[in-house]
Design a protein around this ligand. Sequence first.
Ligand code: G3P
Length: 220
Amino acid sequence: MKLFIDTANIDHIKEMNALGIISGVTTNPSLCSKEGKDFKSSIAEIASIVNGPISAEAVSTTRDGIIQEARELSQIASNIVVKIPIMEEGLAATKVLSAEGIKINMTLVFSANQALLAAQVGAAYVSPFIGRLDDIGHDGIAELDKIVTIYDIYDIKTEIISASIRHPLHVIQSAQVGADIATIPYNILKQMLKHPLTDIGIERFLEDWKKLQETASPIK
Ligand code: G3P
């Protein structure tokens, strides 16, 4: 499973990209608004930092508006993927845009039925929102599992991005059910790395190494 970072924060993207653990970025209007910077120039900067798919969301609500906006966004850089919400206008726009070779990430997906529809119109990616399903007492991972199973049965090429991830266990569960990608907030990527036994282990190795330097006799 590939890991993307789910943020529009340039510093966080640079930091995780430098570690070599992310292969793409997803943003949404809420994440971009949090940064308070010009949307298109931020997306262009992100696309120049990470050598992988960068999702930028279209906010138009009509078919023609979404098509025009998506065409403009796709011009920003060759690795731009346009995020389009799953609604009637979004499906119709995706059908046209996919045929033009513009990669679409169908977003705000909460059911296997919606994921099936996204695949019909040629979406390159589909983003089921796991955490938001859990928030309302549903089982986000169970819905993701259904999508993976159905896509596998029919050999559907649309890649599944497990999104709206709330904690490190969601990442493991996404991998266990076979999501292609998990898009993960910065703080959760940091949590994934941490283990108290690793910290204790590093400390102990360094202490013991220091002791060896102090006691060992020099080689003649
Ligand atoms: O990228 C979209 C998705 O990950 C949103 O997450 O935390 O707003 O439910 P959240």
